[in-house]
Write a protein that binds this ligand. Structure first.
Ligand SMILES: Cc1cc2nc3c(=O)[nH]c(=O)nc-3n(C[C@H](O)[C@H](O)[C@H](O)COP(=O)(O)OP(=O)(O)OC[C@H]3O[C@@H](n4cnc5c(N)ncnc54)[C@H](O)[C@@H]3O)c2cc1C
Length: 345
C-alpha cells in the first residue's frame, strides 16, 4: 500500500545538501521528512564496499576551510575511533588540472574518512526521519508524489542534481518568480563522469601517490583509494574519466570503458602491478557542476497559498563540490526558518 505522510518540510534528496538542510531544520524543531530514491544516504558522496573494504567511487576527497563542515567531519569521525579523519591526499602527482582547482588553494584542507565518505552522510542523517527507496515522480505546491508514497508539507526542498530537479519542477504551475529561476537553472552545465574501480592483490607493488591528475587524454583523475584505508586487503584505484570523454562514451559498453581507462592509466602505474583482479564501472550521468554555472545562494520561492519551494545543492553556493552542497543546505534552512512561515519554536 502507498504511504501518505505529512510534515512541515519535505526534503528531496539524502545527499550532503539535503542532509545538511534537514538536520538544521530538525534541530530548530521543524517536522522534516527526507525522501530519497536510493537505498542509502550520501548521494554522490558514495562509498561501495568491496569484500568489506570501503571504496569512494564518487567524491574522492573533501576540501574545505569551513569550521562548521570541519566540526561535522570531526564529529562523524569521532564515532569511528581515532585517526578516522585524515588529511588526504598528501602525495599528488601528474601535470593535469584538478577538477576543483580551489581544493588546492589558500587554507583549504583536503580530507578523507578511513571508513569511506558515507561516514559523513550517516552522521548528518542520524535521527532524521528518512524515507529511502522513494523516487519522486511529480511535484505540486505542497506535495511530492513518489513511486511508493504521497507526501505533503507547506515547504518543499529539492536537492537533486540540476537536470533531475528541473525535470521535477516542470510539474509546478507557471509563476513569474519560478519561471525566472528555471530559466537561470536551465543555462547550467552538469558534466557526466564515468568511473572504474580497479582492484589488485595487496602483495603487488602499488603507486606511491594518493592521487594522480593525468594531463590530457581520457582520464581526469586516478585516486589511490586503498591508501585511505587503515588495513586494506587489496589495492584499489578509482579511475575517473574526463567530462569530455565521459560525454562521448556515456552510452557505451562498461567493459570497453574499463579497457580504455585502464590503458590510459597504464603509464602512471608500476608495470609490476599487472592486471586487475576486479573491475567495476559506474556511470555518473550528473557528476559535477561546471564551475561557470555556480550560483551564490540557494533559492527560496514563494508559490503562494502558504507554500514555498527551496532549491539547494552543489549549484547553490560558490565553493563547489561537497562544501558547496553542505553550505547551500545550511543556508536554505536558515532562510526557511526566518521566512514568513516562521513559527514559535
Ligand atoms: C565521480 C565524482 C567525483 C567527485 N569528486 C569530488 C571531490 O573530490 N570533491 C568534491 O568536493 N566534490 C566532488 N564531486 C562532487 C560532489 O559529489 C557533489 O558536489 C556533491 O556530493 C553534491 O551533493 P548534493 O547533495 O548537492 O547532490 P547529490 O549528492 O547528488 O544528492 C542528491 C540526492 O537526490 C536524490 N534524488 C535525485 N532525484 C531524486 C528523485 N526523483 N527522488 C528521490 N531522490 C532523488 C539522489 O539519489 C541523491 O541522493 C564528485 C562527484 C562525482 C560524481
Amino acid at each position: 500500500m502507498r504511504a501518505e505522510e505529512h510534515a512541515d518540510v519535505l526534503v528531496l534528496g539524502a545527499g550532503i545538501a539535503g542532509l545538511s538542510c534537514a538536520s538544521a531544520l530538525t534541530r530548530a524543531g521543524r517536522r522534516v521528512l527526507v525522501l530519497e530514491k536510493a537505498r542509502g544516504v550520501g548521494g554522490r558522496a558514495a562509498t561501495r564496499r568491496l569484500d568489506g573494504q570501503p571504496v569512494d567511487h564518487g567524491v574522492a576527497f573533501i576540501h574545505t576551510e569551513d569550521p562548521e563542515l570541519l566540526a561535522h567531519l570531526e564529529a562523524a569521525a569521532a564515532a569511528h575511533g581515532p585517526d578516522e579523519l585524515i588529511d588526504w591526499p598528501l602525495r599528488v602527482e601528474g601535470a593535469g588540472q584538478p577538477c576543483l582547482p580551489r581544493a588546492f588553494a589558500g587554507r583549504e584542507r583536503r580530507l578523507a574518512l578511513r571508513g569511506g565518505l558515507t561516514v559523513l552522510a550517516k552522521h548528518l542523517s542520524a535521527g532524521l526521519p528518512l524515507r529511502l527507496g522513494q523516487r519522486a515522480e511529480g511535484l505540486r505546491p505542497g506535495q511530492i508524489d513518489c513511486d511508493n508514497g504521497l507526501f505533503h508539507a507547506p515547504d518543499l526542498v529539492i536537492t537533486a542534481p540540476l537536470p533531475q530537479a528541473l525535470e521535477l519542477l516542470r510539474g509546478l504551475p507557471a509563476q513569474p518568480e519560478l519561471h525566472s529561476a528555471l530559466e537561470l537553472l536551465r543555462a547550467a552545465t552538469v558534466h557526466p563522469c564515468i568511473t572504474v574501480i580497479a582492484t589488485y592483490p595487496a602483495d603487488r607493488p602499488a603507486p606511491a601517490w594518493d592521487v594522480c591528475y593525468p594531463e590530457g587524454g581520457p582520464l581526469a583523475l586516478i585516486a589511490h583509494d586503498s591508501r585511505k584505508r587503515a588495513a586494506p586487503r587489496c589495492h584499489a584505484l578509482v579511475l575517473q574519466a574526463s567530462p569530455r570523454w565521459s560525454r562521448e562514451h556515456l552510452e557505451g559498453d562498461p567493459a570497453r570503458w574499463s579497457a580504455d581507462l585502464l590503458a590510459a592509466a597504464a603509464p602512471y602505474l608500476p608495470h609490476e602491478l599487472g592486471a586487475p583482479q576486479g573491475l567495476q564501472a559506474h556511470r555518473w550521468r550528473y557528476a559535477r557542476l561546471d564551475g561557470a554555472s555556480q550560483l551564490a545562494e540557494p533559492l527560496l520561492i514563494d508559490l503562494g497559498g502558504g507554500q514555498r519551494l527551496g532549491l539547494a545543492g552543489e549549484a547553490f553556493a560558490w565553493s563547489g563540490g561537497v562544501e558547496a552542497a553542505f553550505h547551500s543546505g545550511r543556508r536554505l534552512a536558515q532562510r526557511l526558518l526566518v521566512g514568513p512561515h516562521k513559527r514559535d519554536l
